[in-house]
Design a protein around this ligand. Structure first.
Ligand SMILES: [Fe+2]
Ligand SMILES: [Fe+2]
Length: 273
């Protein structure tokens, strides 16, 4: 068995400030990582898929690096649209060695034996939507081909498929077609995203994909045009990948604890019109 966890969208603020003025991001990160550290059977790897910090603050990354220190398993991180790539490179470089050939993008691979892990940086400076840069696409093709017939998880922040959440679909993924083509050639590979702040599975044209539920700020399930603007509070979430004999199960799970439901609240005010 191979067991690994993905956490996403921590939205940490320096000094323990609340994310979007409501979400206790520090408590959520601390309790999620504490829970995963003592999870049994113990994890073989832990991956964080972006929006680690809400505003890319150094203090937020230092706090997170401290919380990650006790883990003695392979760690992988990719940045999201709320992150500061250069700060993340500096602070997390010791935990997650980046591939030199994708500079300045923070990409990596980890070999867990039966399962190969690939991390892709698809964040664009100052933009909400993701993009597959040429050198990142080359890195992905090379890494998938190196893992060959083995099971593979490809981690990135923004999903390349439409979610139906009106506002989120307003920021399309640049080069989604190319990503779909590359992934389509490797049917054993699964795309593992974050960014939507909802746990979901997608069987899109590029194959199999999931979005991990968020650690902080849960997206309201609103598939109308005006959806994707509001969040609720609740228990931190994560995705647990369980590879067994001839199968992969993905659990969308919550951290146990007293996390009352509250909301919905706007991320940044109601949509125009
Ligand atoms: Fe996020
Ligand atoms: Fe995001």
């Amino acid at each position: 068995m191979t067991l690994l966890a993905q956490i996403s969208d921590l939205h940490l603020r320096a000094g323990g400030l609340l994310a979007c003025g409501r979400g206790d991001a520090l408590r959520a990160a601390r309790e999620t990582l504490g829970y995963l550290l003592s999870f049994r059977p113990s994890l073989d790897a832990l991956v964080l898929t972006g929006d680690l910090a809400d505003r890319g603050e150094e203090g937020a990354y230092l706090e997170l690096a401290e919380l990650l220190r006790p883990f003695e398993i392979p760690l992988g991180l990719v940045p999201g649209n709320h992150d500061d790539r250069e700060r993340a490179r500096e602070i997390f470089g010791g935990l997650c060695p980046w591939a030199a050939e994708t500079y300045p993008f923070l990409c990596w691979t980890r070999d867990l034996g039966k399962v190969g892990l690939i991390g892709l940086d698809v964040a664009q400076e100052g933009r909400v939507g993701g993009a597959l840069a040429g050198k990142v696409a080359n890195f992905l093709e090379k890494a998938l081909s190196a893992f060959g017939e083995r099971d593979c998880l490809v981690f990135l922040h923004q999903p390349p498929f439409r979610s139906g959440l009106g506002d989120m679909d307003g920021f399309p993924f640049v080069n989604a077609g190319q990503l779909s083509e590359i992934m389509g050639a490797y049917p054993r590979a699964v795309l593992a995203c974050g960014h939507l702040h909802r746990g979901l599975a997608s069987f899109w044209e590029g194959g199999r994909a999931i979005c991990a539920p968020p650690v902080c700020l849960h997206m309201e399930l609103d598939l109308t045009e005006k959806g994707g603007h509001r969040f609720t509070l609740g228990p931190p979430g994560f995705a647990l990948y369980h590879y067994g004999e001839g199968l992969l199960n993905v659990h969308f799970a919550s951290v146990p604890g007293d996390y009352p439901y509250a909301g919905p609240y706007y991320f940044s005010g109601p949509p125009a019109g």
